[in-house]
Write a protein that binds this ligand. Sequence first.
Ligand code: SAM
Length: 280
Amino acid sequence: MGTIDGLPPLREVIRAHDLQAKRQLGQNFLLDLNLTSKIARMAGDLSGADVLEVGPGPGGLTRGLLAEGARRVLAVEKDARCLPALAEIAEAHPGRLQVIHGDALEVDALAHLTPPIKVVANLPYNVGTELLIRWLTPEVWPPYWQSLTLMFQKEVAERIVAKPRGDHYGRLALLAQWRCDAKIVMILPPEAFTPAPKVHSAVVHLTRLDGPRYPADAKVLNRITTMAFNQRRKMLRSSLKGLGPEVEAMLESVGIPPTARAEEISLELFCALARRVAEA
Ligand code: SAM
């Protein structure tokens, strides 16, 4: 049976280039091109967009993105062993795939991209959260990207979309939902990957908002939520006492009971507190 793009099936590519997965590089490959195309579709219409992909590996998702009509794909891969396989994909799609060999934490991807830009990736678990935090905390907002469509371990995905009072609610949820709409759009079982990881995975789709959902200073909000969630089981009058002797009055003035705990407080109330602290 033919593939979506006439190139060899991924199992053959992996065999031909001897791409045994390495755990230390977070390598769990997707080999079903129908599935990678489906993930690509979760990013919306790609035809007028440049796509940044982190960690293309043997190129399953890359091929899905190209088949779904991405204008250009910039793929940043740390493992030099994958480069010949990726070069074959680039050759089959003249001018549409650029591969950079390097660490995504160090490469300045923006220099190689033209807006509108979407980020789509099956992220290596060891750098996934750090990359997400960087994408969510640029110097200026709105950021260079329009949307992030990212595969994580399911537990991390649940932290991104979590709501107050849930076990997964914390700083990552606040950070993601403050300036984005975030939702889980697909859940994948371990068997979808080669080798199979121990846990389920999930694709999260984040669309940037033009500005914050509720006004607040990013640094103040970050400071407060870090203090509050570092001691998430403590009452806020205690975890936030570093804000000064007025802490109880400040909490009360924005409608937060000083005996409440961080995990009960909505994003809207954290933003109100951040504004109150900034005034003080
Ligand atoms: N996209 C492929 C797929 O879906 O089958 C591979 C995904 S695999 C989970 C993660 C990929 O990220 C691997 O190819 C790995 O070599 C690469 N990688 C790991 N750390 C990286 C880093 N710091 N920068 C760029 N790529 C990295």
